[in-house]
Design a protein around this ligand. Sequence first.
Ligand code: NDP
Length: 286
Amino acid sequence: MSAKILQGKDFAAQIKESARKEVEELKQKFNVTPGLAVIIVGENPASQVYVRNKHKACEELGIRSENISMPETTTKEELLNKIDELNAAKDIHGILVQLPLPDAIKKDSEEILNRIDPRKDVDGFHPMNVGKLVTGNPGLIPCTPAGCIEMLDLAGIEIEGKRAVIIGRSNIVGKPMLHLLMAKNATVTVCHSRTKNLPEVTREADILVAAIGKPQFVTADMVKPGAVVIDVGINRIAPKKLVGDTDFENVKEIASAITPVPGGVGLLTVAMLMKNVVTATKLSVR
Ligand code: NDP
């Protein structure tokens, strides 16, 4: 049996369409056009592609987007001042600082992200939004894990009561995924680089989430037949070849559903960002 391929573009289109309707409603009811400011520091080529995709999605949905390109030599203070300016701007409802930051200010990433007004924190990384997620209160949720959950919902895949295993415990993917799956009443295990007997643990998963950052790390023998496999990984193994964290060709033969890379979770991340911009705008008109 070959797995159902969960195509990100189909789900992303549905999420964007509902965000587009909400943008229209905000314009008509409140005379407000949602505005997103994206700060990019330096010349990282991958970051530039991601930022372009974010602006393109804004354009499609009628969201005003502002690109703030700062030089590689930008200091922490200069970046903090820019964030303060955007925090105060009435026509900006969402702010994001594209990661990674250049080496000279990388160590300050946390302080920089924490300067964003939590109500405008459309990446959902601010401790206040993290706290809301952990305590089960509505807030802005990190886009990639939120996109995974939305995709499972839209695909009609039941989460409640399922055994979910996440490989990876980053603040951006693994940890928020734990809270989102737990909130949906899954029984969740989080694995990481110190986990012993990893394949034994992953083989228990009805829903397996791979967020490791190692090409084709999850092999077929690590997957229970019939499991749903969500591959968050994006690994460039050649100039024009991206692969995920799972050995897609072999795992798809035993899973019941699987996300491809590229074309899977990555597309949902941008769609969820649009949803977060709408949510942040709604907070501002309340
Ligand atoms: P991090 O590097 O921050 O985290 C990787 C996690 O994997 C860590 O928790 C690490 O464990 C764990 N890990 C590493 N090696 C092993 C191992 N041998 N066995 C078990 N666990 C291991 O990565 P991110 O969470 O930021 O990203 C993960 C992947 O997802 C990357 O490929 C990234 O590019 C991609 N990504 C994709 C996005 C999208 O839009 N689709 C968005 C964000 C990320 P430990 O904590 O012990 O070090």
